[in-house]
Design a protein around this ligand. Structure first.
Ligand code: BTN
Length: 248
């Protein structure tokens, strides 16, 4: 599968660049890569620290013609494929924290930010942004980041060829995208997810705006919602939110 690759030295955000190119009528799918971002974005309005340090800042652009209700499955499915691809290529053990953070030994190694433009009942385009910490030694990271983040090289003691990583990831994402369009991800997602699910069986708290829901995480349902078993025996299905694991 040929995904056109746009390689930049510097950009505000690869997601923004991909969105501008879509708006200009560029053919999808394509991928935007940059060595650094001046305004890297994270989920929930956060910043994504993006200096030039051997890390990967990438955005994949699609026009999938799916309904808005399929968007959360889209993100989870791409996330699990990215997780598996990194594990087999780099010989690490990445796990996935719902909805789409990748962790190694409990520290975050990658984040995914999907942004979609919708009209009425159809998704017009989707940009899947992947920030993956590859060769950074963490020296340039603020102290609070060092506590919670890692890179492939910090966790394995090796350095990685970022071009090879990008081409392998792109091939894997192309296959995953095809499977999504033909619907075969529906039967595969749950089982593959459960193999890498960091939250499974843990006591967690879900933050949704002002409300908090606590209980035991029990995998995902067929829509990609996080299943939380509450102490009173009821079950809560979370479509969105931020999860913290309760320390014992
Ligand atoms: C998260 O908050 O975990 C998601 C982080 C996503 C960061 C990536 S880096 C490439 C792409 N461009 C952006 O501005 N953000 C995403």
């Amino acid at each position: 599968e040929d995904y056109q690759a746009i390689v930049l030295d510097e950009v505000d955000s690869t997601n923004s660049e991909a969105e501008r190119r879509i708006a200009n009528g560029e053919c999808t799918p394509f991928v935007v890569l940059s060595r650094l971002q001046t305004v890297g974005r994270g989920r929930l309005g956060r910043e994504w620290h993006s200096p030039q340090n051997g890390n990967l800042y990438s955005s994949f652009a699609f026009r999938p013609q799916i309904s808005p209700s399929q968007m959360s499955l889209f993100t989870l499915w791409m996330g699990i494929n990215i997780c598996e691809c990194i594990n087999s290529l780099c010989q690490v053990s990445c796990k996935i924290k719902w909805p789409n953070d990748l962790h190694i030994d409990g520290k975050k190694v990658a984040g995914i930010l999907t942004e979609a433009r919708m009209e009425a009942d159809i998704v017009l385009n989707v940009v899947l942004g992947l920030g993956l910490n590859v060769n950074s030694d963490g020296a340039d990271w603020p102290a609070e980041l060092k506590e919670i983040a890692t890179s492939l090289s910090q966790s394995s003691g090796r350095t990685f060829d970022i071009n090879k990583l990008v081409s392998t990831l792109t091939g894997r994402i192309a296959i995953a995208y095809k499977k999504l369009l033909d619907g075969s991800h529906r039967t595969e997602l749950k089982e593959r997810w459960s193999r890498y699910d960091t939250l499974n069986g843990k006591e967690i708290t879900l933050l949704q705006g002002e409300s908090r829901i606590s209980g035991t995480a029990n995998g995902i349902d067929s829509n990609g919602s996080l299943i939380i078993e509450r102490p009173d025996g009821t079950r809560y299905l979370a479509r969105a939110g931020e999860v913290t694991i309760e320390k014992k």
